[in-house]
Design a protein around this ligand. Sequence first.
Ligand code: ADQ
Length: 486
Amino acid sequence: MSKTIIVSNRLPLQLSIENDQVSSHPSVGGLATGLKSVHRDNNGLWIGWTGLTKEETPDHLKSEIQQAVTNQQCAAVELTQRDMDGFYYGFSNRTIWPLFHYFMEYAEFDDENWEIYKSVNQKFAQVVLENLEDGDTVWVHDYQLMLLPQMIKEQRPDVSIGFFLHIPFPSYEVFRTLPWREQLLNGLLGADLLGFHTYDYERHFLSSVSRILGHEVSFNEITFKDRLIKVDSFPMGIDYEKFSASAKANYQQTDKTQSELQRRLDLHATATPDAKMILSIDRLDYTKGIANRLRAFEHFLEKYPHYSEKVRLVMLAVPSRSNVPQYQVLKKEIDELVGRINGKFSTVSWTPVWYFYRSMPFENLIDLYTSCDVALITPIRDGMNLVAKEYVATRIDRTGVLILSEMAGAAKEMNEALLINPNNINLIADTIKEALEMPVEEQKKRNKFMQSRLKRYNVEKWASDFMVKLDAVKGNQTVVKAKHIN
Ligand code: ADQ
C-alpha cells in the first residue's frame, strides 16, 4: 500500500528526558493538526528531527527514543549540535529567514553554514530514501529543506514530490542577492508541485526561476527538461472547530474551573467595566513588528490621553531562537519599551502594558483570545499569521476587532479587518482608537464574513487541496510523457 511521507524540520511530537525516562507527547501545533489526516489516513510517515541532538541523547535511551518515534508513525533524522548551529541557527535563521522577510541587513552569507545546510538536507534525503517505496508521495515543508526535493528526485525520478513554503518568497530583486540562489531554486524544482501562502509569493518565485535560471515559465507552470512543474497558492487555515469549540467551553466555565489567568482577566473587567483590552501575541521575532506596535500604543496614549486607565495592552511574546544575536537585541528593546511606557503612563490603579515573555498552554491562549476586545497584529512581514485567524475564530458572539498588518499573508483573505501599514505609527495609533470605538453591529458584520471563510477554508481543507493538486500534477505528467513517447 502506497503512503504519503511528510518531511519537516521538527517532528510533530515533543520528546523530553526526565529522571532518565523518555516521555513523548504529540505536538498540538497548527501544522501537526492540519496534516493529521494526511499522516494518519494514508498509512503515513512523518520524517524530521526529534528536538534532541545526538549529544543530548544518552546511548542507553536510544532504543526507547526510537520506539517513541516509531509509535507515532514517525522516523527521526539524527542531528548533531554542529548541524543545528550551522543548519538551523545558521543558514536557516541567519540567512534565509531574514532575507525572505526583507531584513536584508540581517542576512549573513557564510560558506560554512551553507555547507552544513547542504549536508543536513542530505541527511534528511537519506532517511526519506530509506523509507520510500514504489508509489509513495512525499510532501516537504519549509525553508529549512529547500534542497531536499531535488536530492530525492535525482535518486527517485518516479516519486511525486510536493513542497510548501510557510514563509514569504521575496521579490526577485531581494532573492537575487543570495550567493546560492541557483542552488536553492534548483533544489526546489525537484518538486512537482510548489505551494505558497499567497499569489504574490508564487509570482515572486516564478519571476526568480525565469530570470535567474532562464526556464520557460507560464501562468503557473514551469517547463524544465521533460518535466512540467506546477506552482500554486494554498493559503493555510486553522483548525476552526477546535478554536471555536474551546471558546464556547470557555464562556460556559464556572468560577471553580477557571484558570488563574482567566480570573485575573475577569477581575480586570469587573474592576474597570468600561476599560478595554488589546491583545498582542507572537513569537518574539523581529519580523513580527512588536517594537513598532509598542511605539504605536505609546503614541496612542499620548495622542488620546482620555484613554488613560481605560485600555490595556496584553502582550504575550513566546521566546524564540534566543541564541541568534538579533533576537537578544530585540528582547532588550522590548523590555525597555514596556518599561518606558509603564513608567510614563501607569497610575496607582492601572498598568498600561501587561507583558508575558513565555509560552502558554492552549487554554490560556483561548482565555486571552476570548477576553480581549481588540487584537493588534502588526508584523513587518509574515508568511501568513495564524494568530489573526485564531482570534477571529474564538469570537463566539462575533464581537471583537482585528487590526492586521497588510504585510501578513492573512491580510489577503481578511479584508474586513482594519488593515494597517506596520511602519505607520500614527496610523496604527488612530486605528487603535477606531477599533475601540467601533459599533458592536459593525464588529459583528465584519467577523461574520471572516468566520464563514475561516470555517470553510480550514487547515484540513488546505492539506487536502494540496494533496489533490499534487495527485493531479502526477496524472498530467504521465499524459505529457506519453505524448513525448508517441
Ligand atoms: P509563526 O511565525 O510561528 O509560523 P503564526 O502563524 O502566527 O507564526 O503561528 C504561531 C502559532 O503559535 C499559532 O498557532 C499560535 O496559536 C501559537 N502561539 C502563539 N503564541 C503562543 C503562546 N504564547 N503559547 C502557545 N502557543 C502560541 C510560520 C510563519 C507564519 C505562518 C505559519 C504557518 O512565520 O507566517 O502563518 O508558519 O504556515
